[in-house]
Design a protein around this ligand. Structure first.
Ligand SMILES: C[C@](O)(CO)[C@H](O)COP(=O)(O)OP(=O)(O)OC[C@H]1O[C@@H](n2ccc(N)nc2=O)[C@H](O)[C@@H]1O
Ligand SMILES: Nc1ncnc2c1ncn2[C@@H]1O[C@H](COP(=O)(O)OP(=O)(O)OP(=O)(O)O)[C@@H](O)[C@H]1O
Length: 287
């Protein structure tokens, strides 16, 4: 049996997302609050000393392996090392909807960076891994660092935060949504005044919003309908550029009661918000 490990690749929520400006390269400057969910994909890494290189046990639908963030992250690490590294087969057990604003691809990239740093004994620091992660996507660094955080810039300037670890009902409306398209919409709010990060948010993200919500609601009636339904029970909001939305509840049972009353055909899940990533909890157990 070849040595290997299995690691969680959790989802994130943007508890709020403000667009505060635009950089000369067209990217939007954000202020956001990231929290992890105790729910996500699972990645398994099996070393294959007799077979060099990195490969997926099976492909993800509609994502060529060379574009898969897992392969891109593994290759980025491989090129950094001059050691003869053993090959690895990576299995992705996907639970997170893709293109849902839950950061599944970015989280998979971060789990790969941390998992292979561990398995290959590369000794890279989380700062170094976050730097590599940023070249793969703006949301990768927060998953690498593994602590709930305020994100600024495009989300890479991180300040640790401790929002309440509530329970969430997450709904995936039946539409697929493209981040680039939402950020290029004319009607998008791009001038929300910057807020002072600490301690203004302490414990209460409910007075903040997601600036993408207006255009997403207009373009995707499915998102609008889901938000209308979920907001009957408390504040409900979009995560990232959507399409997923979430409602916050103080207890698991409160969240489950609402989940059980969902209209037929609605998909999603119930999960706890956590300030330390499940990935980092698992890695700490392995040390
Ligand atoms: C929406 C968030 O999930 C919030 O956490 C992230 O900001 C998404 O960041 P990301 O994963 O880097 O997004 P991508 O899917 O690579 O971005 C697709 C496209 O959206 C636009 N984009 C993305 C992020 C950003 N801050 N400003 C942008 O204008 C860019 O045109 C980019 O080419
Ligand atoms: N391992 C992967 N898992 C999911 N998507 C991947 C992966 N590798 C590449 N991708 C590509 O990335 C796109 C975005 O996927 P992801 O699940 O990260 O979306 P998201 O939840 O909207 O992320 P974000 O909140 O960062 O915008 C997918 O549509 C897919 O083409």
């Amino acid at each position: 049996m070849s040595p290997g490990i299995s690691l969680p690749s959790p989802a994130k929520l943007n508890l709020f997302l403000h667009i505060v400006g635009r950089r000369p390269d067209g990217y939007h400057e954000l202020q956001t609050l990231f929290q992890f969910l105790e729910y996500g994909d699972e990645l398994s890494f099996t070393l294959t000393p007799d077979q060099p290189g990195v490969r997926l046990a099976s492909s993800i639908p509609n994502v060529p392996d060379n574009d898969n963030l897992v392969i891109r992250a593994a290759k980025a690490l491989m090129t950094l090392s001059d050691k003869g590294l053993p090959g690895v087969t990576i299995t992705i057990d996907k639970r997170l909807p893709m293109g849902g604003g839950l950061g599944g691809g970015s989280s998979n990239a971060a789990t790969t960076l941390l998992g292979l740093n561990h398995l290959w004994n590369l000794g890279l620091s989380n700062d170094e891994l976050a730097g590599i992660g940023l070249t793969l996507g703006a949301d990768v660094p927060v998953f690498v660092r593994g602590h709930a955080a305020f994100g600024e810039g495009v989300g890479e300037k991180l300040t640790n935060a401790n929002p309440p670890q509530d329970w969430f009902v997450v709904i995936k409306p039946a539409c697929n949504l493209n981040t680039g398209k939402i950020f290029s919409e004319q009607g998008l709010t791009r001038n929300t005044p910057r807020i002072k990060i600490a301690p203004a948010f302490e414990g209460d993200a409910s007075r903040y919003r997601n600036d993408c919500e207006g255009v997403v609601r207009k373009l995707y009636p499915e998102v609008n309908q889901s938000l209308e339904w979920l907001s009957k029970f408390g504040p409900a909001r979009l995560t990232g550029t959507g399409a997923c939305i979430f409602g916050r509840f103080p207890t698991e049972s409160a969240a489950r009661i609402i989940w059980e009353s969902k209209p037929s055909g609605v998909t999603g899940f119930v999960a706890k918000g956590v300030n330390i990533s499940p990935l980092h909890k698992k890695l700490a157990e392995l040390k």
